[in-house]
Design a protein around this ligand. Structure first.
Ligand SMILES: Cc1cc2nc3c(=O)[nH]c(=O)nc-3n(C[C@H](O)[C@H](O)[C@H](O)COP(=O)(O)OP(=O)(O)OC[C@H]3O[C@@H](n4cnc5c(N)ncnc54)[C@H](O)[C@@H]3O)c2cc1C
Length: 310
């Protein structure tokens, strides 16, 4: 299939500002299909010429700052199929337009996926949580997106659907750079599939920002550890946001932890391994040095806290 490449932020900016070809605000077409099938038809026909909108909490900010043009909107809000949360014996399946508020308040998600529920409860404030969706957070693909480190730690997969076709990929492979991802012009992110964690799973989520609320994260951390009945670590995933161009898992942490007894683990060693795997930058939300120190401290504390739970 002939596929159009996605305009990156740089390209979008070239068409903004005082460009006389700018489409006046309010004059773009508004497509609001009631079925996924119809939405995929539109996506095939218009490609990136139709901008997908879910909650609008990211895209409308960019639009009103005129970071790029919008010829047509493709609104997903009338598609019931994308709003479902399903839980079966193996997986938890979350529709792309499920809001952060629903995730944060969902009792079973709080029980099975506490890091995701907590992350959703800390996205912006309640107004943003009521509009903003998990799919929008993923497709925006900011390295600082709050749900992303938890989704990596839970080994989530994303479903990218196009007319008559479907790709299911590890969420880790979805991100390719800051605000860059592998979504094609005819695709819509429809679902997130998360394997149900076993009952012997411990986890820690932390968000650090310049103040307590309504703040883009300087750093996020999500660590998941699954132990057997003797407290030996079967699986461990340590994932971080805002410390590299994409949200990342530091695999060396998992390699170090697996097969050790959690009670015998040296937390400082885990902190050192985590820091050696990140590549932070200086920006307005923190210096490289600060992010290294915070990664170290949060990791140590998380390991100590989880060991004390056994
Ligand atoms: C005041 C404020 C505070 C915020 N605080 C936080 C915060 O603390 N943490 C945080 O992580 N984020 C924060 N955000 C960012 C934003 O709210 C989240 O990223 C939110 O999850 C975006 O979801 P949305 O549905 O509004 O996305 P939209 O704005 O509707 O869409 C975002 C992008 O994803 C695309 N898109 C959306 N859904 C799909 C889909 N299903 N398939 C294909 N493409 C799709 C859109 O085309 C667009 O490119 C904040 C934003 C604001 C304005």
């Amino acid at each position: 299939m002939q596929r159009e490449s996605k305009p990156n932020v740089e390209n979008r900016q070239k068409t903004s500002g005082k460009d006389s070809k700018k489409v006046p605000i309010g004059s773009a077409d508004f497509l609001a299909p009631e079925s996924l099938e119809k939405a995929l038809d539109y996506r095939k026909r218009y490609g990136f010429q139709a901008t997908v909108i879910a909650g609008g909490t990211d895209i409308m900010v960019d639009y009103f700052e005129r970071l790029y043009e919008v010829n047509s909107w493709l609104d997903l809000n009338k598609i019931e199929e994308l709003k479902k949360i399903e839980i079966n014996d193996e997986n938890i399946i979350i529709g792309a337009t499920v809001t952060h508020k629903r995730i944060a308040e969902h009792q079973e998600l709080q029980n099975h996926l506490p890091m995701l529920a907590q992350a959703s409860s800390e996205v912006g404030a309640w107004q943003i949580q009521s509009r903003g969706t998990i799919g929008g957070n993923i497709v925006t693909s900011s390295p600082a997106g709050d749900t992303l480190a938890p989704l990596l730690a839970y080994n989530a997969k994303v479903v990218l659907q196009s007319k008559g076709d479907k790709r299911i990929i590890d969420i880790e492979d979805f991100f390719i750079g800051p605000k860059e991802n592998v979504e094609e012009s005819d695709e819509i992110l429809t679902k997130i599939i998360i394997p149900k964690p076993s009952k012997n799973t411990l986890s820690r989520w932390r968000k650090v920002g310049k103040r307590k609320a309504l703040i883009i994260s300087s750093l996020t951390m999500a660590i998941l550890i699954e132990v057997d009945d003797q407290g030996v670590i079967k699986t461990a995933r340590a994932c971080y946001g805002a410390v590299a161009p994409t949200p990342i898992e530091i695999r060396n942490v998992g390699d170090y932890l697996e097969r050790q007894k959690l009670k015998n683990v040296d937390p400082k060693k885990v902190g050192e391994i985590a820091v050696s795997g990140i590549s932070p930058i200086d920006d307005i939300r923190g210096t490289e040095q600060y992010r290294r120190q915070v990664t170290y401290d949060l990791t140590i504390n998380a390991i100590k806290e989880m060991a004390s739970e056994l």
